[in-house]
Write a protein of this length. Structure first.
Length: 502
């Protein structure tokens, strides 16, 4: 390509305190291309995306727009230059409607008075893009997948020449991913550019024109898609010939029933007639997007009100009472790590030890020494990077945030651990570490319930898989005998002829 780049970075570096996150990155984003940006979590790809979108300011280096060096670069400047960013962690106002979130900051007004045209504008935008939501729906009532669609629409609404999409598909179904890819290609055909930050290598190879690989905060290379394969990308990301993540051996020795659920009825609409998970066993939940998997486990752990019977190691606990569940050793790592799992204003240490403060307090005063010792042990166990006890958790990559969240609950030595999308937004290396920890915990006798939108993950980890539809367990399959196609066929049978994707 000989055109002047829409957007370019020269010798860009980012430092958070004493930690060098990016160093010496050179990148050109040409008109009319989808440019993939990949790397392990912690490699710096999201950080680079945020620098390009004006969300982070580079510690050193320069940003160029249409060949012109920018003396100042922040979000308003980026937007004024036609650069928009979609964040991996949703940046929405929960109390506003879909339309209000999409057009927040670019409302239609006359003489300073809002004209309330956002819903009509959104309907036209959705017609053009193929994404469908109800404009007047309150954002907090929507699923994570639908909230992610709002982020996509918000970027499209700003008519940007360059759109940075940071992990936009992590909560979307396969059909929705294909739809997003069609949108990307349409934007490319219009002469716009998309920077696609993702850990899904198949998606990168499907839609991108060029691919940049980052490793340890530095650029490995930028190459045309046609010269890359999944194997070459993994090798470049990891710095060796390591193959794609393999699943650890499944546990084979189980103890007594650790979790028993009978006749559970929840206010969120889920129902469980009977479910048992034994000590050392991994049970998977598989279902189509919106099937109600998360609703079931929220009812089990007590996050939502429910009736019925939940037992941990043969002892009944109060339903609809998450504190009672935690005391009994039944804990859950939620899907939304930012909104429900971590306190983004607290450091790593405080996030990891927050549920355990009573155990590390003397006379009502928390022992900083004991707290730091626990956090250090968990950081080492989960290979959190950077390994800083008092690091700002908001500056960590999604994969490292997920490790911190896992460590937070592992420290309690739980009897039953529920993991809702444990590898969402996580790269190959971090995913392998998380899978190893799941297997290790099962070997130690923890009963584990895993939810994942990726069928291969559920089948690869679990000893048995429960299929979920409309908030109920509708079938059970042996993952050692069933293929992804078998699971989908069973789910389709319960969904009738509706087109769904896991």
């Amino acid at each position: 390509m000989t055109q002047t780049a829409h957007l370019a970075a020269r010798d860009v570096g980012v430092r958070f305190g004493d930690i060098q996150v990016l160093s010496g990155v050179d990148l050109d984003i040409h008109p009319g291309e989808v440019h993939g940006l990949i790397g392990e979590n912690g490699a710096g790809k999201s950080t680079l995306g945020k620098v390009l979108g004006g969300y982070y300011r580079a510690t050193f280096g320069d940003i160029f727009v249409e060949g012109q060096r920018q003396s100042r670069w922040d979000t308003p400047t980026a937007l004024s230059n036609g650069i928009a960013i979609m964040h991996q962690e949703l940046q929405l106002v929960p109390a506003l409607t879909v339309a209000q979130n999409v057009y927040l900051g670019i409302e239609d007004h006359r003489a300073g008075v809002l004209r309330n045209t956002e819903a009509a504008r959104l309907r036209k935008l959705m017609d053009d893009s193929g994404l469908a939501l109800e404009p007047d729906e309150i954002t907090s009532s929507l699923t994570i997948a639908d909230q992610q669609k709002i982020e996509i629409l918000r970027a499209l609404a700003r008519d940007a020449r360059v759109i940075v999409m940071d992990e936009p598909t992590s909560s979307l179904s396969k059909s929705e991913v294909k739809q997003l890819h069609r949108i990307m290609k349409s934007l490319r055909d219009e002469g716009r550019s998309v920077i696609y930050v993702t850990h899904f290598l198949d998606d990168v190879l499907d839609v991108c024109d060029r691919i940049t690989v980052l490793r340890n905060g530095q650029m490995v290379h930028t190459r045309d898609r046609g010269t890359e394969t999944k194997e070459t990308l993994v090798s470049a990301m990891l710095g060796d010939e390591k193959a794609e993540t393999l699943y650890p051996p499944k546990p084979i020795d189980f103890g007594a029933v650790a979790l028993s659920v009978t006749d559970l009825r929840s206010s969120n609409g889920s129902k469980v007639e009977s479910l048992q998970v034994r000590a050392g066993e991994i049970v998977g939940f598989a279902g189509l997007i919106g099937a109600g998997r998360s609703e079931i486990v929220r009812a089990i752990v007590g996050a939502d009100s429910a009736s019925g019977r939940v037992e941990v190691n043969g002892v009944a606990i109060a339903t609809g009472n998450i504190q009672a569940s935690t005391r009994a050793g039944l804990v859950m790592v939620p899907e939304d790590r930012r909104g429900q799992g971590l306190v983004m204003t607290l450091p790593v240490r405080a996030n990891m030890t927050l549920p355990h403060l009573v155990e590390y307090s003397h006379g009502g005063v928390v022992s900083n020494r004991e707290e730091r010792t626990l956090a250090t042990r968990l950081i080492e166990r989960f290979s959190v990077r950077p390994a800083i006890v008092d690091g700002d958790v908001s500056n960590y990559s999604g994969g490292n945030q997920q490790k911190i969240l896992l460590g937070k609950w592992i420290a309690r030595n739980p009897c039953v651990l529920i993991l809702d999308e444990p590898s969402r937004g996580v790269d190959i290396g971090a995913r392998e570490k998380i899978h190893e920890e799941i297997s290790r915990l099962a070997a130690e006798g923890v009963a584990i319930l895993v939810i994942s939108s990726e069928l291969n993950e559920v089948l690869g980890l679990a000893n048995k898989v429960c299929l979920i539809d409309r908030g109920q367990i509708v079938a059970e399959v042996d993952p050692n005998r069933a293929s992804e196609a078998d699971v989908l066929a069973t789910l389709f049978k319960h969904q009738g002829k509706e087109e769904c994707s896991a």
